[in-house]
Design a protein around this ligand. Structure first.
Ligand code: N01
Length: 539
């Protein structure tokens, strides 16, 4: 039987970095594509997360597209690590430069995608009641795009202003002189706190878990470094794909100064003291035995705490800000600008929720066990339903009506983080089981988009219309992903992170990204393709 007619070859969900590059790349390959985007602008992560201080932790010269030589030569970055406004400008420039907007539908939220087994067609429904059909759907929905709204009693009772860092209002918020509370001290909170502290009347930081964060050493980008990088961009892009983290490291940024060349376990106190003097906070990361050996890891944590004590004047506040009870490397490393120094200000108060938990939010502020704090503004920097949330919030139905939400109830099954058994012609960019958040996202996105493009070309060249991961290949990949992360500080019993889904009540504890490194992953995914898409069936 002939497959049914479709509106476009491909529907792309999302117009962040992945969605934009998909539109560009698929068009070049001769496929028709439309991207449906929830926001009223392009940029994805860099559209939504416009909170004060929002900045990327990968150097700008590397956190950028390499697919077009003229683009990477023309664009001038101003800082070592790009801030949100510059990234948003860059992504708008990409949309304009390559005339992508004609295939973009903004303010369009995808609510469902249903596969027709007989016609071999996806039907995608949006919140305006419209449906569109396509042969393929590519989810470019991002890894950290479904915000977590924590279930704190009285959350809706607050009469002041409530803001999520991940939905910061476009025109900004006037915080001058206000009593502001911020809940959450992950990357978003740690970036926001030093930035707003000088502006607000008084800042209350509600911390549940103390954070490992390192000074970012951001600054203006040296024009000579920019020139030299551009002269050698092709080589840099090749190197990115040949490294575990997707970062070539030659772009002027000293990324955390990790030497990682000696064991801490057999080090002498004098040696550790010397490393501390030399490297400061980065002394905690200068050892090669902290990933698998949790006792060695604890020794490195102690170096870190010593730096907190040296930075924060009030010993009780320093102690509360010192991470304990989970290993270094368990969570995503955070980069900051003067985070700990901010707690030396008289107008900043740390509320340690481990000893003084929140009881409720009410109309006028937050009550903890020790009393009520009056607030004008509450900022939620409470994170995301990472890696799977943006996908399971859409009602995706595959073969025989099976739901993605249901299939992933006990953890996401995926082949290469690109495809899901039972869901033909559906691709996920940087999906669970791919390096994604453990490597430079842009490098991972470009690789995935090109892999998907090559797969569609492969099908077209052979007159095929459908491709699906086999359950066996998917199970093997899921096992491989688990095995690689096992025994590391990222999966330690004492670790609770969004990598493990542990930040979302009821989410299964499964390590979500692929920890084997981008280079190794690329070798595996390339082999699948050159092997005629081994582990997939086609029709
Ligand atoms: O989110 P998080 P994020 N009561 O989940 C707390 C990327 N990113 O948006 O740890 C009280 O890390 C929670 O406490 P706990 C980066 O990959 C990158 O900050 O669960 N507190 C935690 O402190 C990053 O890792 C950049 O005990 C509650 C915080 O909220 C990822 O995004 C910048 C709570 C959430 O921290 C996520 O970072 C920003 C509750 N009910 C983000 N619920 C850069 O590139 C949650 N918390 C630099």
């Amino acid at each position: 039987m002939e497959p049914g007619a479709v509106d476009t070859d491909v529907i792309v969900v999302g117009a962040g970095m992945a969605g934009l590059y998909l539109l560009y790349h698929l068009r070049r390959l001769g496929f028709s594509a439309v991207a449906l985007e929830q926001g009223d602008g392009v940029g994805g992560t860099w559209f939504w997360n416009r909170y004060p201080g929002a900045r990327c932790d990968v150097p700008s010269l590397e956190y950028s597209f390499g697919f077009d030589e003229d683009l990477q030569q023309e664009w001038e970055w101003s800082e070592l690590f790009p801030a949100q406004p510059e990234l948003e400008r860059y992504l708008n420039h990409v949309a304009d430069r390559f005339d992508l907007r004609r295939d973009l539908r903004l303010n369009t939220t995808v609510v469902a995608a249903v596969w027709d087994d007989v016609a071999l067609v996806w039907t995608v429904s949006t919140d305006d009641g419209t449906t569109r059909s396509a042969r393929f759907v590519v989810m470019a929905t991002g890894c950290l795009s479904a915000p977590q709204d924590p279930a704190i009693a009285g959350r809706d009772a607050f009469a002041g202003t409530t803001i999520f860092t991940s939905r910061w209002p476009r025109g900004g918020v006037d915080l001058a002189g206000k009593r502001v509370g911020i809940i959450g001290t992950g990357s978003s909170g740690v970036q926001t706190i030093p930035e707003i502290a000088p502006e607000v009347g008084h800042l209350f930081v509600f911390q549940r878990t103390a954070t490992f964060t390192w000074p970012s050493q951001n600054g203006p980008l040296d024009p000579e470094v920019q020139r030299a990088t551009k002269a050698n961009y092709a080589e840099l892009r090749r190197t990115q794909r040949a490294t575990p983290g997707g970062v070539a490291g030659s772009t002027g940024a000293i990324i955390m100064q990790a030497a990682e060349d000696r064991p801490i376990r057999t080090s002498t106190p004098e040696e550790r003291a010397a490393v501390l003097e030399e490297k400061g906070f980065s002394a905690s990361r200068a050892w090669n035995d902290t990933t698998f050996d949790l006792e060695a890891n604890e020794m490195a944590c102690e170096l870190y705490r010593e730096m907190v004590r040296r930075t924060v004047r009030d010993p009780a506040v320093a102690e509360a800000l010192s991470p304990r009870g989970y290993p270094l490397g368990c969570k995503r490393p955070v980069l900051d600008s003067h985070y700990f120094e901010t707690f030396n200000r008289d107008d900043v108060t740390l509320v340690d929720l481990r000893v003084d938990p929140i009881v409720e939010i009410d109309a006028t502020g937050i009550t903890t066990v020790s009393g009520h704090i009056d607030l004008d503004v509450i900022i939620f920097a409470t994170g995301f339903d990472a890696m799977t949330g943006a996908l399971t919030r859409i009602d995706v139905r595959g073969r025989e009506g099976r739901s993605l939400r249901g299939e992933w109830h006990d953890g996401p099954g995926s082949l290469l983080g690109l495809a899901v058994a039972g869901f033909p012609n559906l691709f996920t960019v940087t999906g669970p089981g791919s390096p994604s958040v453990l490597a430079n996202m842009v490098t991972g996105i470009e690789y995935h988009v090109e892999w998907i493009g090559a797969c569609l070309e492969h099908l077209r060249a052979r007159g095929l219309v459908a491709i699906e991961a086999t359950p066996e290949a998917q199970d093997d990949w899921v096992d491989h992903v688990r095995t690689i992360a096992a025994g590391t500080s990222m999966t330690a019993e004492t670790c609770s992170s969004w990598y493990l889904g542990a930040n979302i009540p009821g989410k299964p504890r499964v390590f979500l990204p692929y920890a084997g490194g981008l280079n190794r992953y690329i070798a595996e995914a390339d082999a699948v393709a050159t092997d005629g898409y081994a582990g997939f069936v086609t029709a």
